[in-house]
Design a protein around this ligand. Sequence first.
Ligand code: MLT
Length: 331
Amino acid sequence: MVEVSIMARIAVTDGMASEAVTVLEKAGHEVVLGFIEESELLDGALKDFDAIIVRSATKLNAEIISASDGLSVIGRAGVGVDNIDLQAAGSAGIMVVNAPNASTQSVVELTIGHLLSSLRHVAKSDRGMRDGKWQKKEMKGTELSGKCLGLIGFGRIAQGVATVAKTLGMEIHTYDPYLPPKVAKAQGAYLHKKVDTLFQTCTHISIHCNLSDETHHLVDEKRMRMMPGRKGSIQCGNHIVNCARGGIVDEVALLSALDEGIITSAALDVFEVEPLPENYALVQHANFHGTPHIGAATLEAQQRVGLDIADAVITGLSGKKPKTLVNGQFL
Ligand code: MLT
């Protein structure tokens, strides 16, 4: 690992809270703010930098990493590191650090917001009003209270969602193959051994896992059809929320499920392709509402993310092991 203790040059390509820039500068480093196009990154635009701090817009693949000789630290101002080739960074001796805790509360709140908004047609009503419609009769919703919420993944964010959902009277179910059963028990959540039984039990599903080969299109047509919201005495319909990562929900299957009425409402903050392709059919569906990947986009989360990542990058540049090193196994 290269040790750079003073006056490192740090590129910040996707924006960062000004307080965090100040922290980096006070530590003696030079901060260069501004987005760098992929072609420039491939041309070695990072050669004169010791560190780079990105959010999700800048993608650091193996080719870009190999064109960035001088780097010793990559900071991901957020949780997900799927835009960084961790192995390539490790092989090049570059530490990758993230800020995994800072945005938890903001994502919890957006998830609950999407659930409530879906069930009470908030976005749909607003769209109608803008068209001059008063659709009081059409906007009959359902309550969250008394319904089964299935959380895919049961990390910090899902547990925060569970806490709020329980106070709203929901019964909490989860599928997380990596979770010690005692964690689910302590939170009063029913832990499913199979993801299919979660879908068979829950009328409301919210996703809180990483995107991986294992979770790609985990929410597919077959599983959406398993949901119980239109069967027997259950009449609340089936609802899906994803504020985790695009690609976990099969969006083509979701659109068909909305068309068929198998899924009553869907709310996504994250998509398979971001920004969305032009005229994307899913977002035009009446029972869909979306937000443009804003889970962590609050004043508070961005301040915390910035300060946490600045701290981790400063530690890494000093040659010490940051607490949030994510590619230790490759270094
Ligand atoms: C994250 O991984 O921290 C969030 O998805 C926020 C983001 O990428 O902007």
